[in-house]
Design a protein. Sequence first.
Length: 587
Amino acid sequence: MGITSEHQYENFLSIWGVPEGYDAFLLSKFTIECFQKDQQVLVHIARNDVDMRRLADLLSYIAPNLEILNFPAWDCLPYDRVSPNKSVTSELVATLTQLLEPLIKPRIVLTTIPALLQKIAPKSVFAGRALLLKQGDNLDHEFMVELLIAQGYNRTDTVMEPGEFALRGSLFDIYLAGEEDPVRLDLFGDEIDSIRCFNPLTQRSTKNITELVLRPTAAYSLDEKSIARFRSKWRELFGQNSINDPIYEAVSDGRMVQGMEHWLPLFHEHMENFFDYVPNPKLSFSYQAEETLQPRLEMILDHYAARQQPIRSGEVPYHPLPPEMIYLNQTEWNQLISKYKGIYFYPFAMPEGSNGIDAGGRPGIIFAKSNLVVEAENVFQIFNNQFKQWHSAGRKTLLAAWTNGSRERIATLLKEHKIAAQKIEKWEDTQKFTQFSVGLLTLGLDRGFIAEDFTLISEADLLGDRISRPQRKRKKAEQFISEASEISEGDLVVHQEYGIGRYQGLVNLEIGGAPHDCLALIYNGKEKLFLPIENIELLSRFGSDQSGVALDKLGSSAWQKRKAIMKARIRDMAGELLKTAAVRLMQ
């Protein structure tokens, strides 16, 4: 898509002058307008999951009173042998359940085209299944265990992931669907004495709460009716000779098995789509989001065709469902989108002769053309001069630091260069911010932008890089590959979902008529996976000793089994550490 070309949706208004970062501010305004005028939900379609998470973080900071729901795509390939990550499915189910609850405040749903193409369980599966639990309520132990299992939660010794629960004496530990941290219910007899959030790694309480909403964590149930329906539909589709399949056998026994989500339609009488849950929404698109549609549709058909090929000797047969049972096709997508009105964002100014309106936002200024150490005085002098111009024009200047620590360091640097600065804790405080000084925020922002009444500068805009980076959960910083330059061709890498592969360099692929940088990874059997460069955080280094290491096979369950074994070992270790700590406390 060229800079002056229009999007393909005739019923969408083009909004120009919306650089990255500024889009979140406009979305917050549109969400409130949709709610106040017509009691509508705003559904924003991002380019990918990275774009979606970026918007969620910004919105939660600048508009904490909005109800922000994420509806991500499965983080596995179509017709895969592995299941989507439990945290993803839990978040999906939590969002679907919340969409069926009354609209009491402005609501925005952040999603992507791959997520919307996937058909989902009917509303009847989730309607009325949310349960409010309050401190002081009576709760029967046996009822609670049965309820959690019916809601799709797995019982474990120690909760580590969303969708798990553990019962230890009078304590119920539950990792709720769609929540950041698990909760601990402490019962005194049958009464809920306290509810506390806790860190799953340290098991330490983080805060007390007075209530929680227990929502389902799975889009299917292994009850008698669902199992019977699955078995009947399976035999109808694949014949009596297919009943030796591991998926069929596991479901028949009422057991969960890796990859069973790819046969989700067999558990239900019919399937629905996302828009069945959101009547009459307003839609908005990130720039170039629509360009992911065609490649995704082609990928679905390619993977389905590959699964229909004759299997190799010793390989477990795969019985793929027809694409129309699982995904929307091009015609269905076009028919759905044509029903709604919305907006489409463009990051650049409106070209002459184009339609739409210009929101007035512009990309921010990058002050650090070179390393801060080399041209420190020059960078701050240029920034101070520009700051004075913005102030004279009545425009506030805000600077976003990634962490509180880096904000402290930036405040010191500004003071050293005689630039007045003031710390701001909440976005709403910027409305009262009128002093002749730079407002310092703690906000994750890669690039800044210029709006009509304020300028927001990122830490990297001023310094050329981040002073510090927030620590990623459950992953050592030294293992995280932040740039493609940190790995060389031939190096072994580990993909979170597909295991060990060999990096073969960067390739430029044409997707939707536009070039796109991808990392080429080769797996066992010379199968290739092309990972978009923006998703590089899914990779980690294998290690220094790479001799004699076997590559994993795409679509096989070997990697997931190894992960499950390691997870079990970690749980065992955590349990032993907890026991040891308890003994020491009693001594």
